[in-house]
Write a protein that binds this ligand. Sequence first.
Ligand SMILES: Cc1cc2nc3c(=O)[nH]c(=O)nc-3n(C[C@H](O)[C@H](O)[C@H](O)COP(=O)(O)OP(=O)(O)OC[C@H]3O[C@@H](n4cnc5c(N)ncnc54)[C@H](O)[C@@H]3O)c2cc1C
Length: 291
Amino acid sequence: MYPARFEYHAPTSVDEALALLERYGDEGKVLAGGQSLIPLMKLRFASPGALVDVNRIQGLDTLEEGPEGLTIGPLVRHRDCERSQTLRGRYGVLADAAPQISDPIVRNLGTVAGSLAHADPQGDWGSALLAAGAEVEATGPSGTRTIGLDDLFQGPFTTSLEPTELVTAVRVPDPGPRAGGTYLKLERKVGDFATVGVAVHVSFANGTVGRAGIALTAVGPRSIRATAAEEALAGATLDDDTIRHAAELAAQAAEPRSDHRGTADYKRSVVRVFTERGLRKAAAAAREEER
Ligand SMILES: Cc1cc2nc3c(=O)[nH]c(=O)nc-3n(C[C@H](O)[C@H](O)[C@H](O)COP(=O)(O)OP(=O)(O)OC[C@H]3O[C@@H](n4cnc5c(N)ncnc54)[C@H](O)[C@@H]3O)c2cc1C
């Protein structure tokens, strides 16, 4: 099916894009990689009156590390993350998530910011970046605000972004000198959306866990933070008992539903196993970083 009629604009500056978004209000949509929006338009699940294609704006594709952490520009593609050396090691949760997203075509075009704005509960970046404690910088007619991902994700395909706002950066805080993480994804075949995904990101301080981030993909109406598990880990030594306890709490945080990908019990059990595995891998990665 063809999309419904729409106006197309390709601004060359953020100011121009913002003016267009303000002009069209609810009728306007940002077009980034188009890997979610275009299929929705073709199926007529979305029929925006105007597309504001941001791909011709220079300088939005920066992926860089500074003293405060990572900045991921709104045109950073999944592929850029997959190839980035910066994401390896302390940001391993992001490095491990990137190559598991779909196939090379989608990864070449799809953006990190677009994935967050799309807010698919099966999206891999949602939980990977929740675990990493990321925030988005959203710029609109009245300036720029920072939104934590807990507040960004409101429900399936729903965020707290205004239609007049553009995500102008995703920011990931520096996890400190000793940190590690991973993203584990169960998929029916390579390139599939997750049956279950678990993101683990741990910072260590003085031999114990400083901050732990654990977030879950595809087991609820939005990407879920396993807050009780994170709290159980903070300040603890990452021994077997602690890992098993945290994994149990993560499984309890999941809200899976039975579907063609598996039963709710099966998915909950995968969350438990992946959290255990992820914590062990994060601890090993942090030890490796220390060398
Ligand atoms: C076949 C296929 C398989 C896929 N498999 C996976 C998978 O396994 N895992 C996974 O995580 N994802 C998967 N995806 C989704 C893919 O990752 C998309 O790239 C991503 O969801 C959206 O990014 P995009 O840049 O393409 O956004 P677009 O499609 O351009 O936009 C998506 C939404 O975000 C909004 N938007 C985009 N950028 C901004 C911005 N800067 N500010 C404000 N709003 C913005 C748009 O207006 C739109 O509402 C798959 C997609 C396809 C087509």
